[in-house]
Design a protein around this ligand. Structure first.
Ligand code: SF4
Length: 357
């Protein structure tokens, strides 16, 4: 039997029950989620679903991330609400692929962990099941493990096994609706390549990879959450005599409105502006502080500093971890006057941390 899997929380309890109900069946877990945005979230959900399959002794296969094909399939349905026409096409897309995969494997039964989600319509899924039976000749098992306290048991199992819990269904269009009240929709922010920002999907992926390593080493742990002040830079513009200036704006740099800043004091490759506590730092100083070899500002965008390194620079320059002063890296101090616009959000957030025992 092919069990299409969408995420660990829906897959875990579902597979447990499926194994109990079909003890003689060889079940293959087929993770197929090309609807997930961004790709790092796809990898994160896959990682945790694989982990749960391994715990249950179920073979795991990760399907292709054919995202562009999925986008084409839902074209014109972008504004549909959840459980609407876009979701029907999305289910069709996944279940048809699961049916094709079943045929390829010589199996004749398909089911899906989407049946566990209270956000998904059983009727929609059953209707798609009938279509794939006609088209591919495979039976669709519309099992309902949500009944008789199943949803509660599912949540308890997810908590006990410390699964990764996503807070949105998965696609680019659903995020807008599901996170409309959030200050920042991180899934829609592209960081510089290879830069891992706090509480970003990339950081979560790294976190859950570390957790796997701990489990492999047999270390006991508990996942807890901690609150902190997060930051996202949305836009940063510096001009001098109306010409753009190449620059890099450091994490936690904040300014509430555009400012014209004049350099007042300069010492040791650091210059202090006359307002908004702006600090300019020469590239050479960054290289000296962190033992780096940046040649120009462009290098920062292809090989950015680590978030932790940005904090080190901030602390070394301002003597405090809590400074929000704008710190702007320049190749040279070519002028003494700069027009500065920084659009950034500072907001309370939380992240998971591991407590090892
Ligand atoms: S909201 Fe969820 S089910 Fe609906 S289209 Fe997006 S990913 Fe698919």
């Amino acid at each position: 039997m092919i069990a299409h899997l969408c995420c660990s929380v829906d897959a875990g309890y579902f597979l447990k029950k499926l194994k109990e109900e079909y003890p003689n069946e060889k079940i293959i877990g087929f993770f197929y989620d090309p609807n997930i945005h961004p790709y790092s979230e796809f990898k994160l959900r896959s990682l945790d679903t694989k982990r749960i399959c391994e715990k249950l002794g179920i073979e795991y296969v990760e399907g292709d991330y054919n995202y562009e094909e999925w986008l084409r399939a839902v074209k014109g349905l972008e504004s549909e609400p959840e459980k609407g026409a876009r979701c029907s096409v999305c289910f069709d897309f996944s279940l048809e692929e699961a049916a094709r995969f079943a045929k390829e494997k010589g199996d004749n039964k398909v089911t899906t962990s989407l049946l566990m989600s209270p956000m998904k319509s059983h009727e929609q899924l059953e209707a798609i099941g009938k279509v794939i039976k006609r088209k591919y000749g495979v039976d669709f098992l519309a099992v309902d493990y949500r009944k008789k306290g199943g949803t509660q048991a599912q949540q308890e199992y997810a908590k006990k096994t410390q699964m990764y819990r996503q807070d949105y269904c998965g696609c680019l269009y659903g995020i807008w609706q599901q996170k409309e009240n959030q200050e920042i929709i991180d899934e829609l922010v592209s960081p510089y390549p290879f830069q891992i920002l706090p509480s970003s999907i990339e950081e979560k992926l790294r976190f859950y990879e570390n957790r796997l390593e701990l489990e492999e080493r047999g270390v006991n742990y508990k996942i807890v959450k901690e609150n902190f002040l997060n930051y996202r830079l949305l836009n940063s513009k510096i001009t001098s005599k109306k010409k753009p200036v190449n620059h890099y704006t450091l994490f936690y740099s904040y300014i509430d409105r555009p400012q014209r800043v004049r350099i007042e004091t300069e010492k040791d490759n650091i210059a202090y502006g006359n307002r908004a506590q702006v600090i300019f730092v020469k590239l050479d100083k960054i290289n000296a502080l962190l033992n780096k070899k940046y040649q120009n500002i462009k290098d920062f965008f292809t090989n950015p500093l680590k978030f932790e390194e940005e904090l080190i620079i901030r602390e070394k320059i301002t003597n405090t971890k809590y400074s929000l002063s704008p710190i702007i890296i320049l190749e040279e101090f070519e002028d003494i006057r700069y027009d500065i616009e920084i659009d950034a959000k500072i907001y309370p957030d939380n992240k998971e941390i591991l407590i090892k025992f």
